[in-house]
Design a protein around this ligand. Sequence first.
Ligand SMILES: [Zn+2]
Length: 134
Amino acid sequence: MSVFDDYSNAEWILDELNSARCLVVGMAPRDIRSILRTEAKVATIHELVVWDSRVVDALLEAITPGDARFRTAFDDSRVYCPACGGSLNAFADGFAFPHGLRQHLSGSGNAARCRVVHHAREVARFRLFSHGVL
Ligand SMILES: [Zn+2]
């Protein structure tokens, strides 16, 4: 087996992707990470749907606009995403709290979903797939 053979192994690639996703989630701040890692308790598709909505609520409850870790420089009504540290776009400092941040965390409206929350969800989906639930 050559070193290149692993790249044609779909199972190996999926394992590597899942490891990378776990690493991304693990880079969130400790309290935020503990919320995201509740995906480990997801055992059914229904629980995944419930987790998906509850994790957004839990992330919103975990921060306040005045939280120094997530506060933007000029406007206390806006916050950086607690999971990815991102902003709405290059021209906006943070997200309006809570509505804009909720849209980012959930991917609702026209918002692109937070990639860190996305990866946490995909870790849960991969586990369900690996256990034959999906
Ligand atoms: Zn984010």
